[in-house]
Design a protein around this ligand. Structure first.
Ligand SMILES: NC(=O)C1=CN([C@@H]2O[C@H](COP(=O)(O)OP(=O)(O)OC[C@H]3O[C@@H](n4cnc5c(N)ncnc54)[C@H](OP(=O)(O)O)[C@@H]3O)[C@@H](O)[C@H]2O)C=CC1
Ligand SMILES: CC(C)(CO)C(=O)C(=O)O
Length: 334
């Protein structure tokens, strides 16, 4: 059977990580990205790095690089890896070029990207996917995976086989909505990490920042309960218990949550990268979703609402917050 062909729509950290692994395993991948980013790859090639394995370098001649969605025309699978605010536009761009029968897979954070893609691409199968680990562009042309983890998607045998062959750990799930709600609980830390200005490991090592996350997660769990949503359990700790664990003193937290601190020194939230580059963040699809859900059920989510405002402010006027400053700010909002 011929190998399926892929396109990556939104060739940034996640798109280059997924697409790069597929290229390394011999799959055809068309990378669709911004002219600047594609120029870097055209010049330097793409390096896939982790702190546990030697890096893999793909020379420029192995990369099919494009800046327009027409490059996705030959793909059997289109992996959508733009930030949430760009999904609608990316889907509209893609619609006239998508091959009949092509499957679209959203590997994005947030709750609504698969639905946005389905609405814009009628007649195509759109699968929800989830990336549990961090990938940063540690230097131009290098995407670095900073922690272990298994990708998740809705069932598709050919996709699953290709990812496995490419060395991308992947798990098939039939409860992706619950998975996405669980991932959103983790992504409530993106804003806290971005405002801390610290690598994830250092930020999560500090109780005051973890308490900020616990406040956000408690509000989210209350909103989920009101909405009848039961988030999936993605790690050793059940979602309902996580806020208690986050509030433990540092030494105890390090022992109880050792697995969640298996993060290398480079890892930062994807929102930190956005603030660094002066780009719009995904805050409306993260804290914004919790505020909207809480409001729809007659509840407040003041800590999430305050973070929403602080991140919007940081988009135009960057500032960093110490853990105690941020915790005091979020508590004062309640
Ligand atoms: N990075 C991470 O560690 C993780 C990220 N995620 C999620 O994965 C998704 C992707 O994140 P990430 O890879 O970090 O994002 P990036 O910003 O690194 O990559 C997306 C790239 O796509 C470009 N882009 C946007 N729209 C288009 C378009 N229509 N055509 C071509 N290129 C386009 C963006 O350019 P521009 O900026 O100019 O719009 C950007 O360069 C997000 O939903 C994120 O939350 C999930 C888990 C971990
Ligand atoms: C992996 C994680 C939770 C944190 O880096 C993330 O999803 C992100 O940065 O967007």
């Amino acid at each position: 059977m011929p190998k399926p062909r892929f396109a990556v729509l939104g060739a940034g950290s996640i798109g280059c990580h997924l697409g790069g692994h597929l290229v390394a395993a011999g799959y055809d991948v068309a990378f669709v990205g911004r002219p600047g980013a594609m120029g870097v790859l055209r010049e330097r090639g793409l390096t896939l790095s982790t702190s546990v394995r030697p890096p893999v370098h793909l020379t420029p001649d192995r990369l099919v690089l494009a800046t327009g969605p027409e490059a996705a025309a030959g793909a059997d699978y289109v992996l959508v890896t733009v930030k949430s605010a760009g999904t609608e536009a990316a889907a509209q761009d893609l619609a006239p070029h998508l091959a009949p029968g092509a499957v679209v897979v959203s590997f994005q954070n947030g709750l609504h990207n698969p639905a946005t893609l389905r609405a814009a691409l009628p007649g195509h199968t759109v699968l929800a996917g989830m990336v549990p680990y961090n990938v940063v562009q540690s230097e131009p042309g290098t995407v670095h995976q900073g922690m272990p983890g298994r990708l998740m998607t809705e069932p598709d045998d050919m996709l699953f086989a290709a990812f496995r062959e490419a060395g991308l750990a992947i798990e098939v799930r039939t409860d992706m909505s619950e998975v996405q709600h669980a991932k959103l609980l983790l992504n409530l830390n993106n804003a806290i990490n971005a405002l801390s200005g610290l690598p994830l490991r250092d930020q999560l090592g500090q109780r005051a920042y973890r308490r900020c996350l616990a406040l956000c997660q408690r509000e989210a769990l209350a909103a989920y309960r009101a909405a009848g949503v039961a988030p999936a359990r993605l790690g050793p700790t059940a979602p309902a218990v996580t806020p208690y664990v986050l509030g433990l003193p540092d030494a105890l937290f390090r022992r109880v949550a050792a697995a969640s601190l298996r993060i290398d020194a480079h890892a930062r939230s994807s929102m930190w990268e956005d603030l660094q580059r002066g780009r719009r963040t995904e805050i409306d699809s993260l804290q914004g979703e919790i505020v909207a859900l809480a409001t729809a059920h007659g509840r407040g989510a003041p800590a999430n609402e305050r973070l929403l405002t602080l991140v919007h402010e940081a988009e135009s006027a960057p500032r960093t917050w110490t853990g105690p400053q941020l915790y005091a700010e979020l508590r004062a909002a309640r």
